[in-house]
Design a protein around this ligand. Structure first.
Ligand code: TA6
Length: 308
C-alpha cells in the first residue's frame, strides 16, 4: 500500500471484528459506517474527528453503539410500544449491491449504499414489510450526507407509520461554550417535564444543565457553534421537520454504563427527526429523509454563525 492512494471506499473489520465501510476523500477527510446498525461512527475533516463516540461504547449486538449517528426507526424514543428508539440501530444491515437509481447526481466517489429488510423474526415484533435504503456520502469538501429511503413493501394493502431520527452525537470542545442556533422562538416538547409544550425564549440553545427537548417544525438549516474550537457545524435536513437537542449532563452520564462520567462535556446531540407527525406510507410508497452536515471554522470576532 506504501505510496498507493487509499481507496475511496473500503470494506474492512472494525471493533470486535464487526464489518465496517471506510469512506475517504481529499484533505484527510473520512467517514466510517458499521453494518451493525447502519451506524456512522466516525467523520473526519483534515484528520480531525467531528463525531463523539463514548470510550465506553459497546460494539456488541444487541446493544446500540453509544455515539456517532444511531438511526432511530421505526420509533423515536418511547413514542410507541417498541423498544427505545426502535430496532434499526441494533440490526445487521447489508451492503446494497443493486440500489435503485439515486434521486440526485453526486460528484463524490466516496459513498456506500446499505439496506435493511425485516426477517421473519422481525415481522413478529413489527408486522410490516419494508425496504430501508441508506446512502452515506462523504463529499469532496468533507461534508457528510445521509439519505434514507424507506419503502412500504406490504403486499396485503396495509399502510404503516413510523417516527424517525438521525441521533447525531457531535464532538465539542466544551459543552458550556456551545450554542445551537436556528431554534429560537420555536415550540418544543420538554422530555424532562412530561413532554409539556413550551416556546424557546432564548436566541440560542445553551447548556448549563441536562437538556432533552424536541423542537417542532424547525427551519431546514441549523447551526452548532463551538466557540472554543472556533468552528460551526451547519446542518441541513429534508423530510425531517423536527429536531431534538440532548445533553445528559452529569447525573444521567453517571447512570449510563456505556458513557463516561465526564463525557457529557464533549458531546451534544442535535438530531434531525420526524416525531410530532408520524410518517405514513401506503403500500409501494417511499419516503426520503436527508441529512447533510458540514463544518467550518469561524474567525474569533464572529459571535454567531450566519446560517443564511
Ligand atoms: O434523543 C434524546 C433521547 O431520547 C434522550 O431522552 C435519551 O434517552 C437519549 O435519547 C439516549 O437514548 P438511548 O436509548 O440511546 O440511551
Amino acid at each position: 500500500m506504501e505510496g498507493e492512494k487509499a481507496p475511496a471506499v473500503e470494506v474492512c473489520k472494525g471493533v470486535n471484528g464487526l464489518d465496517k465501510v471506510v469512506l475517504r476523500e481529499a484533505r484527510d477527510c473520512s467517514a466510517e459506517v458499521y453494518l451493525y446498525g447502519g451506524h456512522v461512527t466516525s467523520w473526519k475533516n483534515d484528520g480531525e474527528e467531528l463525531l463523539f463516540v463514548s470510550n465506553k461504547a459497546i460494539f456488541k449486538p444487541p446493544k446500540a453503539i453509544r455515539g456517532g449517528i444511531p438511526i432511530c426507526f421505526p420509533q423515536f424514543s418511547n413514542f410507541g410500544s417498541l423498544e427505545q428508539h426502535g430496532f434499526a440501530r441494533n440490526k445487521q444491515w447489508s451492503i446494497d449491491t443493486d440500489p435503485p437509481p439515486f434521486p440526485t447526481v453526486t460528484s463524490s466517489r466516496a459513498f456506500v449504499d446499505l439496506i435493511l429488510k425485516p426477517s421473519e423474526e422481525d415481522l413478529k415484533i413489527w408486522p410490516n414489510s419494508y425496504e430501508f435504503r441508506l446512502r452515506v456520502t462523504l463529499g469532496p469538501g468533507g461534508d457528510l450526507m445521509l439519505t434514507s429511503r424507506i419503502r412500504n413493501t406490504n403486499t396485503e394493502g396495509k399502510t404503516f407509520s413510523f417516527t424517525f431520527a438521525y441521533h447525531t452525537y457531535f464532538f465539542v470542545s466544551d459543552i458550556s461554550e456551545v450554542r445551537v442556533e436556528g431554534l429560537e422562538t420555536l415550540d418544543y416538547l420538554d422530555n424532562l417535564q412530561e413532554r409539556k409544550r413550551f416556546t424557546e425564549q432564548g436566541d440560542a440553545v445553551v447548556f448549563e444543565s441536562e437538556v432533552d427537548k424536541i423542537y417542532l417544525s424547525t427551519p431546514a438549516k441549523l447551526a452548532i457553534l463551538d466557540h472554543e474550537k472556533k468552528r460551526t457545524f451547519v446542518l441541513r435536513k429534508d423530510g425531517l421537520p423536527d429536531a431534538v437537542v440532548w445533553n445528559p449532563w452529569d447525573k444521567k452520564a453517571k447512570a449510563m454504563a456505556d458513557f463516561g462520567d465526564d463525557e457529557y462535556k464533549h458531546m451534544v446531540c442535535v438530531e434531525a427527526a420526524a416525531i410530532e407527525k408520524p410518517i405514513e406510507l401506503k403500500p409501494n410508497e417511499e419516503w426520503t429523509g436527508r441529512y447533510f452536515s458540514l463544518v467550518w471554522s469561524f474567525t474569533s470576532d464572529m459571535d454567531h454563525a450566519c446560517i443564511c
